[in-house]
Design a protein around this ligand. Structure first.
Ligand code: ADP
Ligand code: MG
Ligand code: MG
Length: 870
């Protein structure tokens, strides 16, 4: 079996598309060699060898070492030097390289092949003793750090001492003799630390280095990185052994990194930096400040010209922005690496757009180049990337964007402060529906408990408001209006900055920038629309949200939660009056007060969504969410309704439930208090008829929540149809409307065929469906769910990304059974999952008609739906 691939003399055994086998770096080196780009020769040991190394109990697979020696011989011939030969030594670098770049996996070892003898040879042929010993001491240091496990800073201490003794400020101030001394001291250090001497046998050095690369695949850093980035554990890493070229041979030498376009803005400009007279690691280590790449033109015009040719060739060849590493040895340019460059969302959009316009890539590729997850950044204010700051605490990145404001602890304060023009951050243990006003008034929301789908998180995302949730290290002291974290006290009125994209909480004001929705982004989304099969709707409760969502390209409303309207202004008083009424009569009276508000809201939404479908869910949450909590509130209701405060208090007590999420809510309310749903349907249909008369194209879809049995729906559908008929007759217009249901209980999914007899559409409410299928309360799971995810029991938070094998199976079954009964059944999803790319791919796969997500996720969903279809 072939384990080793050689490259050199303008030809490589490997190719650019062999990333799986050769790793990204190895494939890039091979491809560049074949393109005639100057690359120092070398060879790559495959990822397969690494995998087998582990299978064989850390033994090389058969033939690997022999093939490596064979390749080493070819390498010696190509360079005209011999490995371990004191008179003319070949030095190599040993570099790891997995399929995808994994920063922090293993540090590269440079100058391997030096020992007490070869260093003299190097000094002689280079005619530069200082350079030779500088290379040797670097090598000992790197080799010990990476292979032998002696800490880097132990060597640094020795070096500092020598510098001190010689009055040297920088490494570069040390002469050849000083560096010889450093080498001796380093070797002593090794003896002390390991009880044996630094390996002088260059073959042994090579073997140990290869082993170290293989083993770095399973060091803690690498394992953690793989987990975070969802990289499989069984890919393994390749090892690249590359002839050394020296950027530290004087002022006609140097090293640098560059991008073929600006990775932060996407501008078409050569971007990067370099250092004269330095080896690779100096650029990263920040020992000296590198110069911008344009300056290279002044220092070395010939090299710069050549580098320009090379980068253009590479970009054209790979048809993507490249991130390259190069070294110049005595005026000669070598490329050491090329790969697709990492970029910001803004740059991704600009580069994809430009490259399509340049004819470099097709539309499909352009759409695929922009990652759905990433574009979220483009829709919210963010921290100016040039800002430096210290993080005070970290919570969950619950709703993206960044916000600056003064700390307040109650929703009322948030509203009051905001009214007088102050920016505030609302800090709560957790928010509740009552806090809506304050949340709306605040610039951002910070909570102590609660997870990614806690009330605060869901509502904030819906509003497009920055939110950091579950920041557990914070202790709120309500009484003294302050919070404490790590011994620091933050008082009401103090400024904080929160970053809902990272979960960071920062003391003080940090500068924010508002990324604009560029014309290029809008264009790419239009291209995405050409490819996608899934419809994209939005979850919106107000005319304003509807407009925003439409601006982002929403094709209708998938979920309008009527109860959110109940909290605006003084409406809540009438709602409470209704709930606390004892008789149907009194309830009707209170409902009559609410109806005009509802109607007005629906009219606004229908107008904003002219021509598009609007799914309106009838009242869903348990009534206790609307109950008054303070004596003051009860007093108010007592006055308005004429019921005594005692009676009211008793009623509040009665309405308390042990498990409200599984209690008296959803269609159960509609069945037991029919006048509530009736009022809502009147409001919807009257609004629809009035709009229709005005020439607005209304498409209401009335949705009954929490159905578990088809008979529930049968009864309520009859009611809806009766009311609709009555209203349409009264107005003398016909409105096309649909009646459908949420599928959010396992029983509903299991009996979807029966339910579809009465439902014209299904909307999968995957938030509740996840709760009820997993038996997991989303309000309480914050305490233990992270453990589940960490242990890999669930690959991801099932409230963020749909649990495909469990909940997903129910959705798929529901769709199938439903369509068996009613082939033209419209199906969609309206849980938080509707905005999650991974879940959107799943929805595409099982053939849903649309996904519905919060307004600010609409562009993400459009893009993800296109990616799913491509
Ligand atoms: P990383 O994966 O961390 O980028 P590399 O293997 O690319 O690590 O090595 C880091 C740097 O070391 C390179 O950018 C280059 O400057 C230097 N380097 C690696 N191999 C050689 C070599 N054969 N000759 C000169 N410099 C090298
Ligand atoms: Mg590199
Ligand atoms: Mg629900």
């Amino acid at each position: 079996k072939k384990y080793v691939y050689f490259f050199g003399n303008g030809k490589a055994e490997g190719k650019g598309d062999m990333k799986d086998l050769l790793g990204g770096k190895g494939a890039g080196l091979a491809e560049m060699t074949n393109l005639g780009i100057p690359v120092p020769p070398g060879f790559t040991i495959t990822t397969e060898a690494c995998i087998e190394y582990y299978k064989n109990n850390k033994q090389y697979p058969e033939g690997m070492w022999e093939q490596a020696l064979e390749a080493l011989k070819r390498l010696e011939e190509a360079v005209g030097k011999k490995f371990g030969d004191p008179s003319n030594p070949l030095l190599v670098s040993v570099r790891s390289g997995a399929r995808v770049s994994m920063p922090g996996m293993m540090d590269t070892i440079l100058n391997l092949g030096l020992n007490d003898e070869t260093v003299k040879g190097l000094a002689e042929i280079s005619n530069n003793e200082r350079f030779a010993y500088d290379s040797y001491r670097r090598f000992i240091q790197m080799f010990c750090d990476v292979v032998l496990g002696i800490e880097h800073n132990k060597f640094e201490r020795v070096l500092d001492k020598v510098k001190e003794n010689n009055g040297a400020k920088f490494d570069t101030d040390l002469g050849a003799e000083d560096l010889k001394e450093v080498v001796e001291l380093y070797k002593e250090l090794v003896e002390e630390e390991l009880g044996r001497s630094f390996p002088q046998d260059t073959m042994e050095q090579l073997r140990l280095a290869i082993n170290a690369v293989f083993e770095s695949w399973n060091n803690q850093r690498a394992i953690t990185y793989r987990k975070i980035n969802k990289i499989p554990d069984d890919w393994g890493t390749a090892v690249n052994i590359v002839a050394m070229v020296f950027g530290n041979m004087g002022n006609d030498s140097g090293t640098g990194v560059a991008f073929t376009r600006n990775p932060s803005t996407g501008e078409k400009e050569f971007f990067g930096e370099f250092l004269i007279n330095a080896q690779g690691e100096d650029v990263v280590a920040g020992i000296r400040t590198p110069e911008p790449i344009a300056k290279l033109k002044e220092h070395m015009p010939e090299v710069f010209k050549q580098l320009e040719e090379v980068y253009k060739k590479l970009e054209k060849h790979y048809k993507d922005m490249q991130d390259i590493e190069f070294t110049v040895e005595k005026g000669k340019l070598y490329l050491l690496q090329t790969r697709s460059g990492k970029r910001t969302a803004r740059a991704a959009v600009k580069i994809a757009y430009d490259m399509y316009k340049e004819g470099l890539i097709d539309k499909k590729t352009a759409v695929l180049r922009v990652q759905p997850e990433q574009v979220d950044q483009l829709l919210h204010p963010m921290i100016d990337p040039n800002e430096k700051y210290e993080v005070l605490a970290k919570g969950l990145p619950a709703s993206p964007g960044a916000a600056v404001g003064k700390v307040v602890f109650t929703a009322e304060d948030a509203e009051q402060w905001a009214e007088r023009g102050e920016d505030v951050i609302l800090v709560r243990n957790e928010t509740s529906p009552e806090d809506i006003g304050g949340m709306n008034a605040a610039k951002g929301i910070l909570t102590v408990t609660g997870g990614m789908t806690s009330h605060a998180a869901v509502v904030a995302r819906g509003m497009g408001k920055t939110c950091v949730a579950g920041c557990g290290t914070i202790r709120i002291d309500e009484e003294n209006k302050q919070f404490e974290v790590d011994g620091k006290i933050v008082k009401e009125g103090d400024f904080i900055t929160i970053n809902g994209s990272t979960g960071e909480v920062i003391l003080g004001k940090v500068k924010l920038i508002m990324p604009e929705l560029s014309g290029e982004f809008a264009e790419i989304l239009k291209w995405a629309d050409e490819f996608r099969k899934l419809g994209v709707r939005t979850n919106a409760d107000t005319p304003k949200d509807s407009e925003i969502a439409r601006g982002f390209g929403a094709e209708g409303i998938g979920l309008c939660r009527t109860e959110h309207m109940f909290f605006e202004g003084n409406r809540i008083d009438a709602v409470r009056e209704m709930i606390l009424s004892d008789t149907k009569e009194d309830r009707r009276k209170a409902l009559e007060k609410i109806k005009p508000y509802q109607k007005e809201d629906f009219i606004g939404i229908f107008k904003a969504m002219d021509g598009l479908p609007v799914t309106i869910r009838l009242l869903d949450p348990p009534l206790h969410e609307f109950l008054p909590h303070t004596d003051e509130d009860i007093e108010k209701i007592s006055k308005a309704s004429g019921i005594s405060t005692e009676a009211l208090k008793k009623k509040v007590e009665e309405l308390k439930e042990f498990n409200p999420m599984l209690g008296h809510r959803g269609c159960r309310l509609g069945l037991t208090y029919p006048e509530v749903y009736e009022m809502q349907v009147y409001a919807i249909m009257e609004a629809a008829c009035e709009c229709k008369k005005e020439g607005i194209d209304v498409k209401p879809e009335i949705m009954i929540p929490l159905v578990g049995h088809y008979k529930e729906l049968a009864i309520l559908k009859e009611m809806v149809d009766n009311v609709a008929k009555e209203v349409m007759e009264q107005y003398g217009v016909e409105v096309e409307y649909l009646v459908g249901t949420m599928i959010e209980l396992p029983r509903a999914a299991l009996t979807a065929d029966e339910i579809a007899q009465y439902a014209e559409f299904f909307s999968f409410g995957t938030n509740d469906l996840t709760q009820t299928t997993l038996g997991l309360s989303r309000d309480d799971s914050g305490k233990f769910l992270p453990y589940y995810v960490e242990k890999g029991i669930y690959k991801e938070d099932p409230f963020v990304s749909i649990d495909q094998s469990g909940v997903g199976q129910l959705v798929e079954m529901g769709v199938k059974k439903g369509r068996n009964t009613r082939p033209d059944l419209k199906t969609g999803i309206c849980g938080e999952h509707g905005g999650d790319p991974e879940s959107i791919y799943f929805c595409h796969k099982i053939g849903l008609n649309y996904v519905s997500c919060s307004p600010y996720r609409v562009p993400v969903a459009r893009l993800a739906a296109a990616h799913a279809a491509l």
